[in-house]
Design a binder for this molecule. Structure first.
Ligand SMILES: Cc1cc2nc3c(=O)[nH]c(=O)nc-3n(C[C@H](O)[C@H](O)[C@H](O)COP(=O)(O)OP(=O)(O)OC[C@H]3O[C@@H](n4cnc5c(N)ncnc54)[C@H](O)[C@@H]3O)c2cc1C
Length: 256
């Protein structure tokens, strides 16, 4: 697609943090005001021979923040993340002028519990939601819901926003953060939850009395986690109304 000033704007990188060698966050300052709801995604692009190659990225920041924040995982043979990986503070990238997506907290159901489940970078939309609810709470307006965030990774250093989320869980009774690792033998210092995300999900669904009548579940990130999570939740009676998903990529056919 050709670069069109109507659709795209430049966004300057004003902050970068490398969490691991293939996981990093940036904050960008777009040329124009950029409005979005917590949970939505932006479309970022790089220019190749006068054309834009674009991909979707969930927004980590909350709409009240002055810059827009993203969390990336480097996909070695990917088309967009390798060139993005080399962009540093002061560099620019292209960004569609409109945010997209409907993976936002669902309030119509009246559910009082919201179980947010993700793999590594799938935490991005939940960081935006948590920051937004925390701001609201600090202004004296209680969210009136219980939010339980379960994040799965192989090892603990892949939890890019762990410190922030643990601090929020310490500050607010309405927020729980449960990081889970699946390869404890590679991370012997880890003291938290261990195991397959499916087992941890079952445990917390039982322990916290999460029922389809009172809970909306959100699954975000890795396609296999979403597939397995949907299976468990369907068997527990969570239907389409109580279950929302955001799939980050589709596996190539041969591995499906
Ligand atoms: C709504 C939405 C929100 C997203 N938010 C984020 C986000 O916050 N952070 C983020 O890093 N990505 C996010 N993604 C994924 C992102 O859009 C790209 O697909 C990803 O960055 C890979 O782009 P690429 O051009 O480097 O690789 P591509 O050239 O698109 O992909 C190359 C191959 O790698 C596979 N692949 C793609 N991503 C991964 C991965 N993470 N791990 C393993 N294999 C993969 C693809 O299936 C393909 O076969 C999101 C996707 C969607 C649809």
């Amino acid at each position: 697609m050709r670069v069109s000033a109507e659709r795209f704007q430049k966004a300057k990188i004003i902050f970068r943090k490398d969490h691991t060698e293939d996981l990093w966050s940036i904050r960008v300052r777009p040329e124009h005001a950029f409005t979005f709801k917590p949970g939505q995604y932006a479309t970022l692009g790089i220019e190749e021979d006068g054309k834009v190659v674009e991909r979707s990225y969930s927004i980590c920041s909350s709409p009240h923040e002055p810059e827009v924040e993203f969390l990336f995982e480097l996909v070695m043979r990917g088309r967009v993340t390798p060139p993005l990986y080399h962009r540093q503070v002061g560099d620019t990238l292209l960004m569609r002028r409109q945010a997209r997506g409907s993976f936002t907290l669902e309030h119509k159901s009246g559910h009082t519990k919201h179980l947010l489940v993700c793999t590594v970078t799938g935490v991005a939309p939940y960081v935006s939601m948590a920051r937004s609810l925390a701001r609201q709470a600090r202004q004296g307006q209680s969210p009136g819901i219980q939010v339980i965030l379960v994040q799965a990774a192989s090892r603990s250093w892949e939890f890019a926003y762990r410190e922030e989320l643990e601090a929020l869980a310490g500050e607010f009774a309405w927020f729980d953060y449960i990081p889970v690792i699946s390869r404890p033998w590679e991370d012997p210092e880890w003291k938290g939850e261990v195991g397959r995300i499916e087992d941890v999900l079952r445990k917390y669904i039982d322990q916290m009395s999460l029922e389809p009548q009172n809970t909306t579940v959100y699954l975000c990130g890795h396609p296999q986690m979403i597939e397995n999570g949907k299976g468990i939740l369907h068997r527990r009676g969570f239907d389409k109304e109580a279950l929302r998903t955001e799939l980050f990529w589709v596996p190539p056919k041969e591995t499906r």
